[in-house]
Design a protein around this ligand. Structure first.
Ligand SMILES: NC(=O)C1=CN([C@@H]2O[C@H](COP(=O)(O)OP(=O)(O)OC[C@H]3O[C@@H](n4cnc5c(N)ncnc54)[C@H](OP(=O)(O)O)[C@@H]3O)[C@@H](O)[C@H]2O)[C@@H](O)CC1
Ligand SMILES: [K+]
Length: 476
């Protein structure tokens, strides 16, 4: 499991460790890791041109000490001081002692144009509120130059704890971060500014309560349902799909296609698209009665393509089993009925649907994905999966938010969400808690999207068909 911690937690761990180490030791560890990463990126250090963008704090100190190490290996290193009166004194002395220079006022742009590497030590976890005016043109120059850009700890200008970007920010090819990932390195939009992320272990002792968790193959493998020898279809779980309408029968077919590959023992379908479902998937148990009288079901999915069928949504919400609410169901569900449920509820909005539920503009959700998903989960007393380029899953009672690392832009295709809802519902029926069902489904779905597309466009049904391959890939 990859984890990310808040700035406050990092600061506490840093203080505890610093109290046990000689002065400056932690910064030397950071600078050594940073210099090694820069050297790897450059391939050859001797004769290379390196520009350090140095702010007023320890982030700039890291850059200066790393610059000194590169200068000792023969690189030509020049520091651009953004706060000349407030530059890390030890770092500056080390750079000068190693043969590095300080750029003359006005020389920064030219130096950046000729550089092989620009190191962004403008600001790290002490920053907030986007780049300041003095730094903005330099960041733009670096982005437009042929130099590789390496961010120290974080791309300067992003909000460490939330992943928001409130103004200009550095666009890095590589971010070298210390001790732990910060939320901004895993959550969009900030994540897109970070490039590849390399974590340098500096010995921080971190507590168990991370702000974010990203499942990896081994975590997902441990959570996948496995049929026991004596399992029958009821023990493996029956997932009910209440979806589709005369106008949108395809949503029902796609939700069923996801559900059939999610580990439940059987898929039951209720709704007006029974003919279409059975024609494509004859193994589906199709019922023309409402959800309440459809027969045994261990978890329901309601909403994909449901049109205006509010009665079915209300009926499903009244069932005392886990319920996944998606698409039209999110609009039709009575918030009071959702909050009153005692069995688990998993809501799966995209940004537009989340914005409607929160009563804000879609852009506000896109810009603040982490706080939006937490807010929705708290408001509805439900687990919420916010779809997007980095899908987030938050539980109602707080705790670490799961961030999905497997997404691909190819998944932004019609019907892909219906497949995800069926898959997650199936995992709920197989007995996974809502947070696990949502994050495992997102993981498999993302992987299936990658396999299905393999660099080319793929339809939602291709994604569903690739789920078994994703499942095997995770388990092997
Ligand atoms: N934690 C650890 O374990 C370790 C941490 N280490 C390193 O220390 C870094 C944190 O250093 P830090 O605390 O000195 O803060 P830092 O980010 O350099 O900011 C300094 C000052 O910048 C200013 N400022 C604010 N916003 C700004 C903006 N948008 N644009 C420009 N400037 C802005 C603001 O001062 P102001 O100008 O407002 O007075 C602020 O006080 C950390 O990221 C890592 O690199 C490693 O060395 C070792 C292990
Ligand atoms: K930085």
């Amino acid at each position: 499991m990859r984890t990310a911690y808040s700035v406050e937690t990092v600061r506490t761990a840093e203080r505890e460790l610093m109290a046990r180490l000689p002065g400056g030791a932690l910064m030397q560890r950071a600078a050594a890791g940073l210099a090694a990463a820069c050297a790897d990126l450059l391939g050859r250090v001797y004769g290379r041109r390196v520009v350090l963008l140095v702010g007023s704090g320890d982030n700039g100190g890291d850059a200066l000490y790393a610059g000194a190490r590169l200068a000792r290996r023969g690189a030509g290193v020049a520091a651009v001081l953004l706060a000349p009166g407030h530059t890390h004194p030890g770092g500056l002395a080390a750079l000068r002692a190693a043969g590095g220079t300080v750029a003359a006022p006005g020389a920064a742009e030219d130096l950046i144009d000729r550089a092989d590497l620009v190191v962004d030590g403008i600001v790290g976890i002490g920053g907030s509120g986007g780049l300041r005016p003095g730094a903005t043109p330099l960041a733009a120059r670096a982005a437009g130059s042929r130099a590789a850009v390496v961010a120290v700890d974080l791309p300067s200008g992003v909000e460490a704890d939330t992943g928001e970007v409130r103004g200009a920010a550095v666009r890095a090819d590589l971010t070298v971060t210390f001790g732990t990932h910060k939320p901004a390195l895993l959550v969009d939009p900030a994540r897109e500014y970070a490039g590849t992320v390399r974590l340098v272990d500096i010995g921080l002792d971190l507590p168990s309560g991370a702000a974010l968790e990203a499942l990896q193959h081994a975590d997902v493998a441990a959570l996948l349902p496995r049929p026991a020898a004596e399992s029958d279809k009821y023990r493996r779980g029956v997932v009910g799909i209440a979806a589709g309408s005369a106008r949108y029968p395809g949503a029902a077919v796609l939700a069923v296609s996801g559900a059939l590959r999610g580990g439940a023992g059987a898929v039951r379908y209720v709704g007006p698209a029974g003919q279409a479902v059975i024609a494509r998937f004859p193994e589906t148990l199709v019922s023309d009665r409402g959800p309440h009288r459809a027969g045994r079901v261990q978890a329901w999915v309601v909403g994909p393509g449901a049109g205006d069928d509010a009665d079915t949504v209300a009926e499903v919400l009244a069932e005392d089993v886990p319920v996944l609410i998606d698409a039209d169901g999110l609009r039709l569900a009575d918030p009071g009925a959702v909050r009153a449920r005692t069995a688990p509820t998993l809501m799966t909005p995209h940004a537009g649907e989340a914005a409607a539920l929160l009563g804000v503009a879609r852009e506000e959700v896109e810009e603040a994905r982490l706080s939006s998903v937490r807010e929705l989960a708290a408001r509805y007393g439900a687990t919420v999966l916010l779809k997007g380029s980095t899908t987030l899953v938050a539980a109602a009672d707080g705790g670490p938010v799961r961030v999905n690392p497997t997404g691909t832009p190819w998944l932004a295709t019609a019907g892909s969400g219906d497949v995800l809802s069926g898959l997650a519902g199936s995992l709920l029926a197989a007995g996974l808690p809502a947070l696990d069902a949502g994050s495992v489904a997102a993981y498999l779905h993302g992987l299936a999207g990658r396999f299905a597309s393999d660099g080319a466009p793929a339809g939602a049904h291709d994604v569903a068909e690739a789920i078994p391959e994703a499942w095997r890939d995770v388990r092997d």
